[in-house]
Ligand binder design. Structure first.
Ligand SMILES: *[C@@H]1O[C@H](CO)[C@@H](O)[C@H](O)[C@H]1NC(C)=O
Ligand SMILES: *[C@@H]1O[C@H](CO)[C@@H](O)[C@H](O)[C@H]1NC(C)=O
Ligand SMILES: *[C@@H]1O[C@H](CO)[C@@H](O)[C@H](O)[C@H]1NC(C)=O
Length: 440
């Protein structure tokens, strides 16, 4: 968490340099260093392998910097207040009136005794929900109405792991599963940073890349093991794992050989983190989700974006929007498509499937766009004020997409964004299970 907090300050402080794209260019040689030595600037910008084998990109800086930045964020978020509690604005989903019932039948979708096979898990069998990822999972800026608010993390509204309110006000995966099992826990309760209790089992960190995922996974497991509510061998868990946006927004342009970096390095960290989850989390389904960040960004090419976006995009996504890299956008785009394919292929690796652990590739974010499927008009209210992150409404639409994918067999999963509730899949007595590679 700490290095990401510092990453953000750094990004803001070194704004101009970041736009230019030069100063952050790290040495791309990943070298093994001790956590107690090294050079400050290298610490802050380089991609490093530490001796304890936790790999981390950038910003694992010294304790004083960490304390300073943690303090800074506390003050920052207290001054701004809980933006996540806002209840009006076009960045919010339309509330569903009490007269309208939940779209699915919920009775009969929790087993009398917990299933033994991961291929027979009904939505109501899920007891614990968790997530790893980046700022799209921390729900950064979802409820922001001003640029200075964009560092507030509205974790309670996050598509995959927020549990604030109900599906009527905040459609999220936990709020859907709560309808099947009100005892569900692990979801984020409201605005919070990773270190706060309210974040619960949302260990996502802003600016994380695929290479941070082994660390993220480790932290999640540790947090679960320390939590007295968790019975590891008894409870069924869903971990939503979405990553990749920052690999292409912030890291790819600093690599000496971007093609090799994506093809070899990032795949390695993806597999390493999934193996770690397999070895430490029995009774788990991992939703492996590609990041929508790049396709969302490109979908705005022909849309009139607010002026604020021309300020934020070169900072938050310098590889794509920084002028120095414009000539490489095509290459980065093609590498991004390649990475989505890598993710999909990894989800089919035999070693990642055991009788009580599985990984399912949920592709709905592919082709995510500010244009709904089949629509000619852009809905910019899906995006947060910075044009990089999703608004609460965007999170709700994403939750709808993720849920539909979980209810669709492998090979028949739908892609892209649809208006909220236009299509909302349900389990049926014939097909009551969350779909996996083996029960589809
Ligand atoms: C580099 O980072 C490590 C922790 O990761 C820290 O202990 C060390 O003091 C840092 N070096 C400098 C010069 O700040
Ligand atoms: C976990 O659940 C199992 C099955 O219900 C039970 O036998 C076991 O005692 C539980 N473990 C803990 C630590 O509560
Ligand atoms: C980058 O690495 C790939 C191997 O993955 C290699 O085929 C290619 O020639 C390299 N490109 C450069 C410019 O070194």
């Amino acid at each position: 968490m700490d290095r990401d907090m510092i990453a953000e300050t750094f990004a803001f402080l070194l704004l101009l340099s970041a736009i230019d794209g030069q100063i952050l260019a790290p040495n791309t040689q990943a070298n093994v260093i001790s956590r107690t030595s090294g050079n400050l600037l290298r610490n802050l910008t380089g991609t490093q392998v530490y001796k304890d084998t936790i790999f981390t990109s950038r910003l694992d800086a010294s304790a004083p910097i960490r304390r300073f930045y943690r303090g800074f964020r506390e003050v920052y978020s207290r001054l701004l207040g809980e933006t996540g509690q806002r209840n009006s604005g076009n960045f919010l989903q339309a509330h569903v009136p009490p007269t309208r019932a939940f779209p699915c039948q919920t009775e009969g979708f929790r087993s009398a005794t917990p299933p033994v096979s991961v291929h027979q898990v009904r939505p109501g069998d899920v007891d614990i929900i968790a997530a790893v990822g980046d700022s799209l999972t921390t729900a950064t800026a979802a409820n922001s109405v001003a640029l200075w608010e964009v560092m507030v993390e509205n974790r309670g509204v996050s598509w995959s792991i927020g549990g604030q309110g109900t599906w009527r006000t905040h459609l999220t995966l936990p709020n859907i599963i709560k309808e099947f099992n009100p005892q569900l826990f692990g979801y984020s309760l409201s605005d919070s940073y990773n270190v706060h209790r309210k974040a619960q089992f949302n260990v996502a960190e802003n600016i994380a890349t695929t290479s941070d995922m082994p660390y993220n996974a480790k932290k999640l497991v540790r947090r679960m093991k320390l939590d007295p509510r968790v019975n590891m061998t008894h409870h069924w868990k869903i971990v939503t794992y979405m990553i990749g946006g920052n690999d292409f927004c912030s890291d790819v342009c600093y690599q000496a050989n971007a093609t090799m970096w994506i093809n070899e390095m990032q795949e390695k960290y993806l597999i390493e983190s999934l193996r770690y989850l397999r070895d430490n989390l029995p009774r788990t389904i991992v939703n492996l989700v590609p990041s929508p960040l790049i396709s969302l960004s490109f979908s705005m090419d022909n849309v009139q974006t607010p002026f604020s976006c021309s300020l934020t995009r070169p900072i938050e996504c310098s590889c794509l929007f920084g002028p120095s890299y414009s000539k490489d956008r095509k290459l980065f785009r093609s590498l991004e498509r390649k990475f989505v394919k890598i993710m999909e292929r990894v989800s089919f690796l035999g070693e990642l499937h055991t009788p009580d652990f599985t990984v399912v590739f949920q592709p709905f974010f592919q082709d995510a766009s500010v244009f709904y499927r089949g629509s000619k008009n852009a809905d910019m209210s899906l995006m947060s004020i910075d044009c990089v992150h999703l608004s609460q409404k965007g999170h709700a639409v994403s939750a709808n997409g993720l849920w539909n994918n979980m209810m669709e067999p492998v090979g028949k999963k739908s892609l892209g964004f649809r208006p909220l509730f236009q299509q909302f899949k349900c389990p049926t007595p014939d097909k009551p299970y969350i779909f996996t590679n083996y029960n589809s």
